[in-house]
Design a protein around this ligand. Structure first.
Ligand code: UD1
Length: 425
């Protein structure tokens, strides 16, 4: 397996352009199955998760055309099969979202259950309950969900038990081709949901209220062609801002929507960063000083995102003072703590492992560490950047799922980081 080698101790500085949002693009690929005509999606990041989703569409017989700028054209009407196999769904939970669009458009779908995941059990009960409320007949056997709606889906009212990003997106897109009106209540409000709703409306859907608690969808008979540019990746942008803050650096991120990162920018200001926001850029300057530790609780948007929890913990590990980070979205998202401890971090887990209390040390020590999920792995990169000596991060395929050109972007900011060829064991 490929590894990353980091020589720690550099202060990050310079400019970067944020990539397109992976979590938006993935759902649009699923939603493209609703259309009778080709759709084009632009600003798609070049990532492993995106390739997996394309493989899934191609396995259904869908024609996908990619140009050199990653503009992706999807011709869903070339579809031949309605089964998403385990081999593709197991590596990426977002692929489960093809179930509803296949069902809504073609009346049938067979999709593997996504199974367990390193950051918690992540069930799909809210997705399935919602599809049933729209009239789907659902059977589960051999690890597959088999859904049918021979007479089409019918609009209905769905109240989510709690905020779920994937659940909100899945039901929102499925309801576009259901007959009549659907109301979704207690919806998640993430910017990627708004981006998906804009994409659906460009295809001819009638979705209103995305980004609010209640979303209304008036079903349409068919959906057609459109072109859409994916929003900037707020998690990627937030990751580089936190990395710069941890190193006492100063960076500018371009092609970003600062409004999507307010909770994160508040925490970075609290850590001592001077932040300058323009319409589509964010500048952060630590003026060479050590960050101050922050305390936070992760929660659905607009609160502090779980996807930036591990990264800010890496910053806290070398910050002045002590901070408490509480994770409320996923039940098992502190696996990076053990690896950071191997680098000399002082972190104590409390309250049944839902809170991590850090006591900052002046510097970590480089060590061999192992990445175990996407965001945890990038937090180890940040830890490596602020450590003395060399850090080697194994299993970096996790980072490649969600960070486009991670070492090139960090090198541009002055980091000493390179990819090592797989070890021969
Ligand atoms: C999406 C994001 C992920 C982010 C997460 C929370 C994508 C591809 N992934 O994941 O990066 O960390 O939102 O912001 O967009 N749950 C259930 N039953 C369900 C659905 C969810 O119990 O049917 C639970 C999950 O286990 C989790 C919580 O609800 O504890 C939130 O999950 P959800 O918002 O659905 O996350 P994802 O859509 O999987």
């Amino acid at each position: 397996m490929e590894r990353l080698l980091i020589d720690g101790g550099t202060v990050l500085s310079g400019e970067l352009r944020a990539s397109g949002a992976k979590n938006s693009a993935l759902k649009m690929f699923a939603a493209a199955l609703l259309a009778d005509e080709p759709v084009t999606i632009s600003n798609v990041p070049h990532l492993k998760d995106i390739t997996t989703m394309i493989e899934l569409l191609v396995s259904l017989g869908v024609e996908v055309v990619i140009d050199e700028k990653m503009n992706i054209e999807i011709h869903a009407n070339t579809i031949k099969r309605f089964k998403a196999p385990y081999e593709l769904v197991k590596t990426m939970r977002a692929s489960f979202n093809v179930l509803g669009p296949l069902l809504a458009h073609y009346g049938q779908a067979e999709v593997s259950l996504p199974g367990g995941c390193a950051i918690g059990s992540r069930p799909v009960d809210q997705h399935l309950r919602g599809l049933e409320a729209l009239g789907a007949k659902i059977d589960m056997s051999d690890g597959y969900v088999r859904a049918s709606a021979p007479k089409g889906l019918k609009g209905g009212k769905i109240v989510f038990d709690f905020k779920t990003v994937g659940g909100t997106e899945h039901l929102m897109m499925t309801a576009c081709l259901a007959e009549g009106q659907t109301t979704l209540e207690n919806c998640a409000r993430e910017p990627e949901i708004v981006d998906l709703a804009n994409f659906l409306n460009k295809m001819g859907a009638k979705v209103s209220g995305a980004g609010k608690d209640i979303i209304n969808i008036v079903g349409v008979k068919s959906m057609g062609s459109c072109s859409h540019t994916v929003i900037p990746d707020r998690v990627e942008a937030g990751t580089y801002l936190i990395a710069a803050a941890a190193t006492g650096g100063s960076i500018k991120i371009k092609n970003v929507n600062p409004g999507h990162l307010e909770a994160v920018l508040d925490k970075l200001r609290e850590a001592g960063a001077s932040i300058t926001v323009k319409a589509d850029s964010i500048e952060l300057d630590m003026r060479g000083s050590r960050p101050k530790a922050v305390s936070l609780i992760t929660a659905p948007y607009p609160d502090y995102p779980t996807d930036l929890q591990a990264q800010i913990m890496a910053m806290n590990c070398v910050a002045e003072g002590s901070g408490r980070i509480t994770e409320t979205v996923f039940e098992n998202r502190f696996m990076h703590v053990h690896e950071m401890s191997r680098m000399g971090a002082k972190v104590k887990l409390e309250a049944n492992n839902t809170s991590a209390i850090t006591t900052g040390v002046p510097s970590l020590r480089g060590a061999p560490v192992m990445a175990n999920d996407l965001r945890a792995s990038v937090s180890l990169v940040i830890a490596g950047l602020v450590a003395e000596g060399q850090t080697v991060i194994d299993r970096i395929y996790h980072i490649d799922r969600g960070y486009e050109q991670v070492e090139e972007k960090l090198q541009k900011l002055g980091a000493r980081i390179k990819r090592l060829a797989p070890q021969i064991r």
